[in-house]
Design a protein around this ligand. Structure first.
Ligand SMILES: [Zn+2]
Length: 246
């Protein structure tokens, strides 16, 4: 067994472990999510490097006898200090990393998951309050695609009729988007997805996060798109994440 391995990684979360160490969750392009310990007190350079939202090359040492995993070095490529300069940015960044952790890295390609997470945080670094919610919706929509949970929004999932300018209705139990005829007659399980939010998700959903600033959305469409992505992830996880709702 190889004891030391290097990873392309992004720090998702860090919390105290014991007297002066920290337990860190990394999203890696090679093995998905890895939990590792950082040894050293508050003045440790390694500990400062292994802070949330930083990314770079990380060396991890595994001791099979002690069943321990520790970070031995961290070559930082991106610090993303801008995320801490604005409340909306840091809250959005936390919602993104919480989603990655809660879904255990999506189950799709680790490399794609890492690229999407890193490029969303990069775009967020310069975002204003108005762009932050759109970046989160975009990230969650792409994450649904990676997880194989993204529904089709051009046609009704039951009868195949094109939605055109009519709204579709998401059945939140099944995760399908249905036309008014096919939707169950139980308003409590339905979410409206109007043409505005559908078009935005279809167009902006294919773009790199850095280009999103050009694609605005009215308040109603934004609310519908956010409700849609959260309902789908909520159904997959069996719970809502508090960080989606700030
Ligand atoms: Zn239908």
């Amino acid at each position: 067994m190889q004891r030391t391995a290097a990873y392309s990684a992004l720090v998702l979360h860090s919390r105290p472990a014991g007297e002066s160490n920290r337990e860190v969750y990394l999203l890696t392009g090679e093995e998905g999510i890895i939990k590792a310990t950082v040894f050293g007190g508050p003045k440790s350079k390694l500990r400062a490097h292994a802070s949330p939202f930083n990314s770079g090359k990380v060396w991890v040492y595994r001791n099979p006898v002690k069943d321990s995993v520790k970070i031995t070095d961290f070559d930082i490529r991106c610090w993303r200090p801008g995320l801490r300069e604005l409340y909306d940015r840091s809250m959005t960044a936390a919602a993104i990393t919480d989603t990655v952790l809660a879904t255990r890295g999506s189950g799709g390609s680790w490399d794609t998951a890492l690229n999407l997470t890193a490029s969303s945080l990069d775009a967020l670094e310069n975002a204003n309050e108005e762009l932050c919610p759109r970046l989160l919706i975009h990230f969650l929509w792409q994450w649904l695609s990676l997880s194989g949970l993204q529904p089709r929004l051009e046609t009704c999932a039951a009868c195949g009729k094109a939605a055109a300018d009519s709204p579709l209705w998401l059945d939140i139990r099944e995760g399908d988007a249905l036309c008014a005829n096919c939707a169950p007659k139980e308003p409590s399980v339905l979410l409206r997805i109007g043409p505005g939010s559908r078009r935005w998700l279809d167009t902006a959903g294919r773009l790199e996060p850095a280009r999103l600033y050009r694609y605005t959305m009215d308040g109603k469409s934004r609310h519908e798109a956010k409700s849609l992505v959260c309902a789908l992830l909520n159904a997959a996880l069996g719970k809502k994440l508090a960080s989606w709702e700030w």
